[in-house]
Write a protein that binds this ligand. Structure first.
Ligand code: FES
Ligand SMILES: [Fe+2]
Length: 356
């Protein structure tokens, strides 16, 4: 699925990308196994001798993993599958000094090292390195933890543009707000949800309320190797960042930084805080979008932010679900890009074609 590098001549991904079973499997192997995923906030494994099991992309990858914090306070991301016959090791978060398999008693350190196995004294070449639990890279950006099964690119090059651009924002002061966080189930392919996110072109048509506060004319998209940034400019005296002098963006009336990181992470930074959207594929026509809200300035948040987020999300879901129905049509295959308004979508499709 080649995407022409020149947006002026390019056509969008063909509809088979969204509908074909074999392509879905390729997407999982070539993109999701090889990219970076948000796991949780670091406080879930802050204390020594703690474990936190989780499933990476439930429904799609279904990879059982385990966060642990060893006795020295070092955090690890391990496979949660016993290296003997494959039982899931830890079922619930909690405290423990070592990992003990509940099937035949194999024991591991909290850093994944094999320690002991009953009834194996006659086994040859045992234990060997493959009896240890596979260990994945564990990375942090502020208080957020990330991992990847088989990364095609480094975490540092992936996170660099947002880290650099927004280093003046005190993310460590942001407070996770579970009461303002929720999951949305969307009846559409995960990439259609991202396609829609990656252009502001639809704002005047789909989001009349948002359109009242965002200056559509001055909406811009900037491309980075593995991410892009849409800048929402405030129309009037609406809520905007108070950017300190000496920062590249100071003097601009920025209402929102919409960062998208390949393939499925959206970091929307507003004057009141951060709305993180993780787009999780479940199957070809179903996606879970996890919204997590982190509040920086409570007073600003209370000026209608959550109602606006909810409203815009519902409007996006509606339109994305209609596109899902459309791409299944035998009479539709692909379209063209607006060179002025769809650079983000073209960028996303180009990255998909690169990694598939
Ligand atoms: S499966 Fe874990 S000890 Fe047998
Ligand atoms: Fe939208």
């Amino acid at each position: 699925m080649m995407i022409n590098k020149d947006i002026r001549s390019a056509s969008t991904l063909p509809s088979s990308f969204y509908t074909d079973d074999a392509t879905w499997e390729t997407i999982m192997k070539q993109i999701f196994l090889r990219s970076w995923h948000f796991i949780e906030d670091s406080n879930v494994v802050q204390l020594p001798n703690n474990v936190y099991p989780f499933t990476l992309l439930e429904g799609a990858l279904n990879e059982p993993l385990l966060l642990s914090c060893d006795e020295t306070g070092q955090a690890h991301c391990l496979s949660n599958v016993c290296t003997h016959r494959g039982k899931i090791l830890i079922e619930h978060p909690g405290q423990c000094k070592q990992i003990v398999c509940g099937y035949h008693g194999r024991k591991f350190d909290l850093n994944g090292t094999f320690k002991f196995m009953p009834e194996f004294s006659d086994a040859n070449n045992f234990p060997s390195p493959c009896d240890n639990l596979p260990k994945l890279e564990l990375k942090t950006w502020n208080k957020l933890l990330f991992t990847s099964i088989d990364p095609a690119f480094s975490f540092e090059e992936w996170i660099e543009p947002i880290r650099k651009r927004l280093d003046w924002i005190p993310f460590h002061e942001f407070r996770y707000s579970p009461e303002n966080s929720q999951d949305y189930l969307v009846n559409a392919h995960w990439a259609l949800y991202c396609d829609n996110y990656l252009e502001g072109f639809h704002i005047p048509y789909v989001h009349p309320t948002l359109n009242e506060v965002i200056d559509y004319k001055n909406y811009t998209t900037e491309l980075f190797p593995l991410s892009n940034l849409q800048l929402g400019i405030a129309k009037g005296a609406e809520m905007m960042f108070d950017i300190p002098a000496g920062i590249a963006d100071s003097g601009k009336k920025i209402a929102a930084y919409y960062f998208w990181l390949f393939p499925n992470l959206m970091l929307n930074v507003y004057p009141w805080g951060l709305s993180m959207n993780i787009v999780k594929p479940i199957h070809k026509r179903l996606t879970r979008v996890q919204f997590r809200t982190y509040i920086w300035k409570q007073d600003l948040f209370e000026q209608g932010a959550s109602q606006m987020l909810e409203r815009v999300e519902r409007e996006d879901e509606h339109v994305v679900e209609l596109v899902q129905k459309g791409v299944r049509s035998t009479l539709y295959n692909q379209g063209r890009y607006s060179p002025k308004r769809e650079q983000g979508v073209h960028h996303f499709h180009s990255l998909i074609s690169k990694y598939l």
